[in-house]
Design a protein. Structure first.
Length: 178
């Protein structure tokens, strides 16, 4: 019997929510450890076939949980859920300073909507902060954050006629005022 997922399929705009839902879904089916790489292919030949069956099941679940426009990214990995997961992350999470700049800009421009509760506002702030944390490289330091924030402040202070410069700066692998 076919099982339908109970959350939105991956699109261009819902990666963070989808990632959490998909991780929980895979965990519920005993597949997450394989997908995240903590359960590598066993070296004993008699265990390999079961592991491969499990890997194909995980890859199938991931493939069926992405929208049509996202399948192009993972079609070549139909039997490799670890590669699928990494590819989707690389497509949707650019850990470059420009992406963090935009995420910080989103965070700092949040304001309470007229009919919004404080709890809903707090949830939006928490979600924006989670997005920022997700965009940080693994060993991101406070010193690096300070340098980026200083550069970001300078970039935000530039008038509109500097838009070509600011666009170019946002593509750099590192942001600092020097």
């Amino acid at each position: 019997m076919s099982e339908t997922i109970k959350f939105a399929k991956l699109s261009n705009s819902n990666y963070n929510d989808w990632k959490s839902d998909m991780q929980a879904h895979l965990g519920e089916h005993g597949l997450w450890r394989l997908v995240c790489g903590k359960e590598p292919m066993p070296s004993k030949a008699d265990l390999v076939e079961d592991w491969e069956t499990k890997a194909i099941k995980a890859a199938s679940k991931i493939y069926l949980a992405v929208g049509k426009d996202q399948k192009v990214h993972i079609r070549e990995f139909l039997e490799d859920p670890v590669a699928m997961w990494k590819k989707l992350e690389s497509v949707h999470v650019s850990k470059k300073p420009g992406a963090r700049f935009n995420a910080y800009d989103d965070l700092f421009t949040i304001s309470k909507k007229e009919d919004e509760t404080l709890m809903d506002l707090s949830t939006r702030v928490t979600e924006a902060m989670a997005k920022i944390k997700n965009l940080r490289p693994a060993k991101f330091t406070v010193d690096e954050l300070d340098k980026e924030l200083e550069a970001m402040s300078l970039i935000r202070a530039l008038p509109a006629d500097y838009k070509h410069l600011t666009s170019a700066l946002m593509l750099l692998p590192e942001l600092d005022k020097d």
